[in-house]
Ligand binder design. Structure first.
Ligand SMILES: *Cc1c(COP(=O)(O)O)cnc(C)c1O
Length: 459
């Protein structure tokens, strides 16, 4: 007999014992939909020779599906990878003040209303003022993300005209962002200068001397790779001086855009926004959710005349940020203004945490886990900043280490705890870097490890 004939009908499963609580929780329509999908999946598997699962097992799968449909995404996870700005895990975690500002702005707000004048106001006025104060720039403009900032800037300032960029900076930063492709989208014409490893000022000057139609000189941060050896690039200041001689603005795509000096924390110096502004760049752009430590956004600061043109461009309406982003970004920027960034902004707090503090945290957690019979070790490790900044740079950190028989199986179990825990496998062991576990996740983190370890032993 065809084993598929042994499959129950949706009706039969609806009448099964385990169906009642699902009906009560999710309703008839959703349960029927879930059961149909499960049966289709089972039918395909059975066709490939797998046995028919029990009715209880099929209802269980429907329950998992229903629970998933009713869970808002993205879901919170615990980041024990030691990568502070983990792109797959949502980059920067927000400060409590940013979160509170977002919650408050989610109701009615003065988004585009001037309370003093009692009339329509400018939606970015407040955030622009903060950005001007913090960076020393004349003007600022916020869009959806930094890719949008680069697109808007190239479209507005260079559509149909030439843009000079060093061959060493024709970068891809992942997630489909490649400078030459964004350039093509904007309608600007890419004019590559120099070589992959070395570009000199005279390389930039040559097309200018030739009299080519050039609208912009672009500098792009390498972000996620490092060039070493026989290399040279032209400092921003020299590009600005060259641009001034020919009446051409310089744009600096900083990528991460730090407002604090990473060198103060034992890292290499990541280019700072204030430095690019001081060097005279017409437009400096960077992300809101990398080293700035705020919500996803593309931030542009620079000279008034160029930002004004972008603000008026029709694309701006399509790329503008929403009220929640503006609220979260303002609150994040206020931390810098108050000089409390390393205390309040999670990204900077994690960067600033000393190995000694991390050691103490790891010792305390390991003592608690050991008290429950979990043979966890405390080992030195290295965290990274991530998010396309400081490639190859590390921060000395401390990890909890577990050595289960099957590390990948434990990793999979950890991904199923609530909230899921993301760790890393190294030398056949599972490593939890304590630096990136957020303070309010401590209890869930330890509980998740206990649960996962027990189920690893049972199997
Ligand atoms: C990250 C990055 C971008 C893209 O920024 P998003 O905010 O992710 O859109 C653009 N340019 C550089 C140099 C980057 O590092």
């Amino acid at each position: 007999m065809d084993p598929r004939r042994a499959l129950p009908s949706v009706d039969r499963l609806l009448k099964a014992e385990g169906a009642a609580p699902l009906l009560a929780a999710f309703g008839h329509e959703a349960l029927v939909e879930a059961l149909r999908e499960v049966l289709a999946e089972v039918r395909a598997k059975v066709q490939q020779g797998e046995p028919v699962p029990s009715e209880a097992a099929m209802l269980e799968r429907a329950a998992t599906r229903l629970a998933r449909w009713h869970t808002p995404r993205p879901r919170p996870v615990i980041n024990a990878t030691g990568v502070i700005l983990h792109t797959n895990l949502g980059r920067a975690p927000l400060s409590s003040a940013a979160l509170e500002a977002i919650r408050a702005a989610s109701a009615y707000s003065d988004l585009e209303f001037d309370l003093e004048a009692g009339e329509r106001g400018e939606r970015q006025a407040a955030v622009e003022e903060l950005l001007r104060r913090l960076t020393g720039a004349e003007a600022a403009l916020v869009v959806n993300n930094n890719a949008a900032a680069v697109l808007l800037a190239l479209t507005t300032l260079a559509r149909g005209r030439g843009v000079l960029i060093s061959r060493g900076q024709l970068i891809e930063i992942g997630g489909g962002f490649r400078i030459p492709e964004v350039m093509a989208q904007s309608g600007a014409r890419l004019i590559e200068v120099g070589t992959t490893n070395r570009t000199h000022l005279r390389d930039y000057e040559e097309p200018l001397v030739r009299g080519e139609d050039i609208a912009l000189i672009l500098r792009a941060h390498h972000s996620n790779f490092r060039m070493i050896g026989f290399v040279s690039e032209v400092p921003l200041m020299d590009l600005v001086a060259l641009g001034e001689r020919y009446g051409i603005p310089v744009m600096d795509d900083l990528g991460s855009g730090a407002l604090l000096d990473t060198a103060a924390f034992g890292l290499a110096h990541e280019p700072m926004v204030q430095e690019s502004v001081a060097a005279g760049a017409a437009v400096v752009c960077f992300s809101g959710d990398k080293l700035l430590g705020g919500p996803q956004a593309g931030i542009m600061v620079g000279k008034r005349e160029f930002l004004a043109r972008m603000r008026r461009h029709p694309l701006m309406r399509a790329l503008r940020p929403d009220k929640l982003t503006l609220a979260g970004l303002s609150a994040t920027l206020i931390h810098y203004l108050k000089g409390e960034a390393t205390r309040e902004i999670p990204v900077w707090r994690m960067i600033a945490t000393s190995p000694l503090e991390l050691e103490a945290r790891a010792r305390e957690w390991s003592a608690r886990l050991r008290a429950d019979g979990i043979p966890v070790e405390v080992r030195p490790t290295l965290s990274t900043v991530g998010g396309g900044s400081l490639p190859g740079e590390t921060l000395p950190s401390v990890a909890l280490v577990l050595r289960p028989p099957d590390p990948e199986a434990l990793m999979a179990t950890l991904r199923r705890t609530h909230p899921p825990i993301i760790a890393r496998v190294q030398d056949d062991a599972v490593w939890f870097d304590v630096r990136t576990v957020l303070p309010d996740q401590e209890a869930d983190f330890l509980q998740g490890i206990r649960q996962a370890w027990r189920s690893a032993l049972i199997r």
